[in-house]
Design a binder for this molecule. Structure first.
Ligand code: SAH
Ligand code: SF4
Length: 410
């Protein structure tokens, strides 16, 4: 299966560039794709236009996937012309896409100017008793500064924050991928759930992530239910409190260890915000949610590392740690990557860990590893991307060194 998908990739790249919105030479134009409604309303008011135009344009962009102002038929010709001159609607460039037979889809985007950097987005379909879901795993940064020892993104180091347009552009493109051949008026959104669980720590790119999530919830854009938008963090405590003030979305915590000693090693931000502070912040987050809130519980993510955090005593510690926190636990089989210092816990280990937690009354699921065949599994997002980025970096260094030699030789 993987060979077949990979073999298709060269054509995919060409198709991708043909179907993506024009990558024109318009750097000075304002990209409307990433604007939240208040931001776009202000933009229109500053142009001397009525602010309700913002809602109209947002619908065209995010509900009908239109990138050409000429197609926005409820907007006067004069305004369309004006917009064409100064604005654009531009999603990040797709350099590679892979559609697996199990329905998993993966895109590699180029972000930034010139050679730029690469980030990945993965869509995972699922059927359950609530119907069929399409969950999109969105990246928020290129690389990550937090350096968790089991995470390939962390190993890449931090490169840069994604912009609002680059974050929401991932959702735009995933939806658009189902709509490319559908007439504009029949287009509808396909992605049902978003998890901010791709590359990067979303709470360290706070404003851009917040505004992008506002666009996800906005009825003039994606109109997603707040329970279906989940932000995952490794535990930037002050930002969890700020999030509680700013927006109502579901929260997931990358726990991965049940005592400070081990967590300091696996998730180094624990040295700054240890477990007691993290759990208290989660309790405050839940406390802020009203009845209609997305915050009835937090999701606890726990990657199962063979012989490291998967002993029965760790399950017992988890029961104590979470006893006053409404939570659902998701056990994630570790996804190995080259030079990873860990292995995946055995199936039996994971099942007995789950049983201990279930017997103690917790809802505890084991994450299915899907999309392994296209490197789309959690924690593998970096894979070939990192390789290419490294190669690009090496190339840049080589060119800089050569320039230096040329300069020094006069
Ligand atoms: N920075 C955020 C969101 C991105 S990581 C966070 O840490 O929560 C998304 C999830 O993938 C986290 O739970 C993370 O711990 C997990 N993850 C990272 N590397 C992994 C790997 N190699 N195998 C399995 N899960 C991994
Ligand atoms: Fe960053 Fe999350 Fe990876 Fe930790 S697990 S290095 S916080 S992306």
């Amino acid at each position: 299966m993987s060979t077949e998908v990979l073999a298709a990739s060269a054509t995919d790249v060409q198709q991708a560039s043909a179907s993506a919105p024009a990558q024109s030479n318009t750097a000075e134009k304002v990209n409307l794709l990433g604007m939240s409604r208040p931001q776009m309303e202000k933009f229109f008011e500053d142009l001397g236009e009525k602010k309700f135009r913002a809602g109209q344009v947002m619908k065209w962009i995010h509900q009908f996937f239109v990138t050409d102002f000429a197609e926005m038929t409820n907007i006067s010709g004069k305004l369309r012309e004006k917009l064409e001159k100064i604005c654009e609607i531009k999603a990040p460039e797709v350099v590679h896409k892979n559609y697996s037979k199990d329905g998993t889809r993966k895109w590699v985007f180029r972000v930034g100017d010139g050679e730029g950097s690469l980030v990945e987005t993965v869509l995972i379909p699922a059927e359950d008793k609530t119907g069929s879901r399409k969950t999109l795993c969105i990246s928020s940064q290129v690389g990550c500064a937090l350096d968790c020892s089991f995470c390939s993104t962390g190993k890449q180091g931090f490169q840069r924050d994604l912009t609002q347009a680059e974050i929401i552009g991932q959702l735009w493109m995933a939806n658009y991928s189902y709509m490319e051949d559908v007439p504009v008026i029949e287009r509808e959104r396909s992605v049902t759930n978003v998890v901010m669980m791709g590359m990067g720590e979303p709470l360290l790119n706070y404003d851009a992530v917040l505004n992008a999530m506002r666009i996800m919830l906005d009825d003039f854009a994606y109109g997603m239910s707040k329970r279906r938008v989940t932000l995952s963090t490794s535990g930037v405590v002050p930002k969890i409190d700020q999030l509680a003030q700013d927006i109502d979305v579901a929260l997931a915590i990358s726990l991965h260890a049940t005592n400070n000693e081990l967590r300091d090693e696996l998730v180094p931000i624990n040295k700054k915000y240890p477990l007691e502070q993290l759990i208290a912040a989660c309790q405050r987050y839940i406390g802020k949610g009203g009845n209609e809130s997305a915050r009835k519980h937090v999701t606890i993510e726990y990657v199962m590392l063979d012989g490291v955090n998967d002993h029965p005593e760790h399950a017992q510690q988890m029961i104590k740690l979470l006893k006053n926190l409404p939570s659902k636990i998701n056990l994630i089989p570790f996804n190995p990557f080259p030079h990873a210092p860990y292995g995946r816990s055995s199936r039996n280990r994971i099942i007995s860990f789950q049983k201990t937690l279930s017997d103690a009354g917790f809802v505890c699921t084991i994450r299915q590893t899907r999309g392994d065949d296209i490197d789309a599994a959690c924690g593998q997002l970096v894979g070939q991307v990192a390789d290419r980025t490294r190669r690009a970096e090496q190339w840049k260094k080589k060119v800089a060194a050569q320039n230096e030699i040329i300069r020094s030789q006069g």
